[in-house]
Each structure stands twice: as C-alpha cells, then as structure tokens.
Design a protein around this ligand. Structure first.
Ligand code: CUA
Length: 338
C-alpha cells in the first residue's frame, strides 16, 4: 500500500511536469480562427490524457526498477503471479470509455465546425503542382493570394488539377484534401487580421515543401475594397495588355512563378532571368540555344529537353494555352533577357 501511494503521488507530479513542459513549447502557432477553438480545446485535453498515461507507465516501470531491484546475494525467485481479472477489466474498460468519449466529443465539435451558415463567402481553391489559385465566384475575382474578411464564415471548395494536395493553414487549424475530379469542402471563420500562409500537407511531388500561397485576413471594409480593386483589375482584357504584360499576368495566374524565379535565384526549375538566348546544357550532354522555339517546346512538352541539374518534373499540362497566350508567355520570357 505504501508503494502504491508513493507511485500515485509520483504519477501526479510527473503528469504535471510533462504538461508544464509541453505548455512551455510552442507546439502550435497562434490561433486565428473560430473553429480552431474547438480543435485547440480537444488537442489540449488529449495532451493531458496522454501526459497522464505516459507518466503512469514510466513511473511504475522506473519505480519497480529502482525499489524492487534484486538485492546483492538474493538468488530467490519473485512471486509467480497468474492473471488479475479485476486489473485487466479496469485497464480495458477505462481506456474504452476515454476513447469513446473523445469520439463523441469530437463528432459534436465536428458538426459545429462544418455547419452551414447564411452569408458564407465562397472561395474555390485549385491546387496544382506546385501552387494554389483562388476564385471568388460570387464576385468574378481570381487571385493568387487568399484574401479573407475577418469574422465571416468562408466555404472553401477545393479541387486539384493533377495529384492530391492538402489545403492547410496552420493558424486556422483545419485541413482538407484537394483531389483531382472532386470538390471537397471546408469551412472556417478567420478571427485575427494578419498574414498567414497556405501550405500543402500532402506529399505531392518534388516541390511539395515549396507549395505555398499567401493568406491575408483583413477587416470587412478592407476586404470589400480589395474585391473592388480586383474586379476592376482582373478581367483586364488581354487585348488591352502588351504581350509582355499579358505574359507576366499568365505567369502569375498559371503558377509558373511557384517554380521559376524572375530574379536569377534557383528554385525548383531554372530561373527565367536571362534564360532567353542563353545556352542550355541538356541532360543528354548536348547544348541548345534558348530561342523562341525552345521556349515553346519547354512549355508544351517540358520532358523533351530537360536542362542539366534539374529534375524532369514540370507538369506537361500547359497544352491548354492558346497560341496567343503561349506567344505572350514567350514574349515575357524574352523581356527578362536584356
Ligand atoms: Cu501539393 Cu504537397
């Protein structure tokens, strides 16, 4: 009985120490959504339970190792113990209740998090290798940045153009897969104005870890102003742009700049700065001059001429570009070599 009391006290002390220790580390970034409150609450509750179970196991093991260790010269056997029905039922039933309790509690929160609300802001999100595009269908706005107003529930409708990605904003706590050929849904209410980042949480290829998009949460009136600015700006008719401007717009919209820099830095793919007109050493040992024909081929059939030092990973998905769009992109690339 004495041992049991001491071990129990130690379990409580160790549990508290683990909880305090974990609490002093930033396990998760600052919370910035209403739904995240539920997630954080359950996360903390699980952490407490886990800390207790961990303490329970290691305290009893270490206590036994130290206190009941073999004395010098003692060669006798310990007592033979065969089964303990009460103990076995206890350690089966209690965890069962705890796990089922968490299951029910989680389901209740999930139904609140996913509940519909009137006046939701719909944002269609398209994931692609390797970036994100955002569409606001109610406003006819397209953007490579995710602008959101504070305190309004957002319904994200997610899809992908190539492989499975996972839409994740850690400060919002919620996450959902973006699957080609499917529309998945996710709801969230941002509560803290600020700058965040969409990340991809599904290993989706070579540049998975670079698959970011900026998130900006602003006050509702600022959001309205942003929308209006976009509405004026977005449908800029292609005929009003020079080919170079049009190419720059396409590079942004199509996510080219997720992998290709225009400042000379090497990202996933070769930089576009000074690319046009340069000599390109190819994987097979040959060299080719990056003329217009080369650039067109590189966009439409990227696997046919792979530049040395870069993996052959560019999606051959850009055949949907019209001749005019292709010419604009090539003109833009040319403008980066002066
Ligand atoms: Cu997309 Cu990982």
């Amino acid at each position: 009985m004495k041992h049991f009391v001491i071990a129990s006290v130690l379990v409580i002390v160790v549990t508290v120490l683990i909880i305090l220790g974990l609490g002093s580390i930033d396990l998760v970034p600052n919370l910035a959504s209403a739904e995240g409150e539920y997630v954080d609450l359950m996360f903390r509750a699980q952490l407490y339970v886990i800390s207790f179970i961990f303490a329970l196991i290691i305290v009893f093991i270490l206590y036994s190792v130290v206190v009941f260790r073999r004395k010098p010269g003692d060669t006798s056997d310990g007592p033979h113990i065969r089964g303990n029905t009460t103990l076995e039922i206890t350690w089966t039933v209690i965890p069962l209740i705890v796990v089922m309790g968490f299951g029910v509690w989680g389901a209740l929160h999930l139904s609140e998090i996913t509940a519909q609300e009137p006046n939701e802001l719909v944002v269609e999100v398209t994931g692609f290798q390797f970036g994100w595009r955002f569409e606001y269908p109610d406003y006819g706005v397209n953007s490579s940045e995710l602008y959101l107003p504070r305190d309004r529930k957002v319904l994200f409708r997610l899809t992908s153009t190539d492989v499975i990605h996972s839409f994740w904003i850690p400060e919002f706590r919620i996450k959902q897969d973006a699957v080609p050929g499917l529309w998945t849904e996710l709801r969230v209410t941002p509560t803290q104005p600020g700058d965040y980042r969409v990340r991809c949480a599904e290993l989706c290829g070579y540049a998975h870890s670079a698959m970011y998009a900026p998130v900006v949460v602003v006050e509702p009136d600022e959001f309205q102003a942003w929308l209006e600015g976009q509405e004026v700006g977005t449908p800029t008719p292609p005929e009003d742009l020079t080919p170079v401007e049009r190419g720059a717009q396409l590079a942004e919209q199509q996510g080219c700049l997720s992998c290709h820099s225009i400042d000379g830095s090497t990202q996933v793919g070769p930089t576009w700065l000074g690319l046009y007109g340069s000599e390109r050493p190819l994987e097979d040992g040959s060299t080719v001059v990056a003329d217009e024909e080369y650039l067109r081929t590189a966009i439409l059939d990227p696997g046919s001429q792979v530049v040395q030092g870069f993996p052959n990973i560019m999606p051959p998905a850009y055949t949907f570009l019209s001749d005019e769009e292709l010419a604009a992109l090539v003109a833009y690339l040319e403008s980066l070599s002066d």
